[in-house]
Design a protein around this ligand. Structure first.
Ligand code: UT7
Length: 333
């Protein structure tokens, strides 16, 4: 389930990219749909607005755009990819995997492509797999993606969840490391004893059989926000500390914390646990909401392209999601 960290990295992030829908929905817009307020959403979550997918758009559209931008930054051709690993719980179709649709669009003819399901920690799981493949010598270049269109799984009458999510995709190209820059540790974990706190039955076999269609209430994300919050705070702090310990570094060596963007209060608690001052924590939740598995790669790409994370700096990433799932990594850029 977990992997020992190495001081000399096997794999490096050589390019990042992201793509989000154009349509912006503000807290004020939501005030017109449910009994909520800009003030409540801002103070309880840190979210001001989010991007929402429009009719005719698909998860793969955003993955392809994010992937092209990551490949361009990496100066890697699609044919050079050995694998495409896409974390999503909101795929284009039940099958084939959205990763395969992305493969076809990119012309990544030498890659094997598959999806993984790990909710908000999905990108950390795909990074873990991609890094392990390179470390084992099974691949030289891997495209990892986190993409989620959770607004399609959102009950727009449930104010406890509909104010939280936003849509988007983020990608990273991994290649063999040649110096001390790269992924210094990865760590993932799951616990399946509290599935009922955050889930979506959708068209899963647990759902009631209704001519193949989920019953209305089963289509949507269901969450006990309070309980999930408690678990998130505890687990993200623990997972962050674990990735640092496995990297062979100490918390003092970390330049940036780039956490999953679910709630500023969860982010603040994680930062406090790691002794990271606010000015070294990358937060963009106000503009995107919780984009689930896309949140960390979107944040990494923004922070790289705007020069916030500089070459040689060490970044700690950590995520937590339904399942529960969690994952963390220490990366020297
Ligand atoms: O991505 C990983 C998984 N997800 C998460 O990490 C999310 C974790 N949970 C959270 O971020 C927070 O629990 C929420 C933001 C979802 C909720 O914040 P909270 O501080 O835990 O609020 P609460 O659920 O305890 O609700 C407090 C009050 C309740 O009213 P009463 O019972 O005190 O009268 C809710 O009905 O706030 C009410 N409320 C709202 N009021 C206005 C809940 N949602 C809303 C809303 N607008 N949107």
């Amino acid at each position: 389930m977990t992997e020992r960290g190495r001081r000399a990295p096997a794999a490096r992030i050589v390019g990042t990219g992201h793509s989000v829908p154009d349509q912006i929905v503000t807290n004020r817009d939501l005030e017109r749909i449910v009994d909520t307020s800009d003030d409540w959403i801002t103070t309880r979550t840190g979210i001001k607005e989010r991007r929402i997918i429009q009719q005719g758009q698909k998860t793969s559209d955003f993955c392809i755009a994010a992937a092209r931008s990551a490949l361009e930054m990496a100066d890697v051709r699609a044919e050079e990819l050995d694998a495409i690993i896409l974390a999503t719980i909101s795929p284009d179709m039940r099958f084939p995997a959205t990763a395969i649709i992305v493969q076809g669009a990119l012309g990544a003819v030498n890659a094997a492509a598959w999806d993984i399901s790990a909710t908000c920690s999905g990108f950390m799981f795909s990074l873990y797999q991609g890094e392990a493949m390179i470390a084992l010598g099974r691949a030289r270049k891997v495209l990892v993606i986190g993409a989620e269109m959770l607004t399609l799984l959102t009950d727009w009458t449930d104010r406890g969840t509909c104010v939280l999510f936003g849509d988007g995709a983020g990608a990273a190209v991994l290649a063999a490391a040649s110096d001390d820059r790269g992924i210094l540790s990865t760590y993932i974990g799951t616990s399946g004893d509290q599935v009922d706190l955050l889930y979506c039955i959708g068209q899963g076999t647990q759902g009631s059989l209704n001519n193949g269609q989920p019953a209305n209430g089963e289509r949507y994300i269901r969450m006990n926000g309070n309980e999930v919050f408690r678990h998130a705070v505890r687990t993200m702090g623990r997972a962050a500390a674990e990735a640092v310990a496995r990297s062979g570094l100490t918390a003092d060596d970390i330049d940036w914390l780039v956490p999953h963007q679910a709630n500023t209060r969860i982010i603040d608690a994680t930062a406090e646990r790691m002794n990271m001052p606010p000015e070294r924590v990358y937060v963009n939740i106000s503009r995107y909401g919780n984009t689930s598995s896309a949140s960390i790669p979107i944040a990494l790409d923004e922070a790289r392209r705007t020069g916030v994370i500089k070459d040689g700096q060490v970044v700690l990433t950590v995520a937590f999601g339904g399942g529960f799932t969690w994952g963390s990594a220490v990366i020297r850029f």
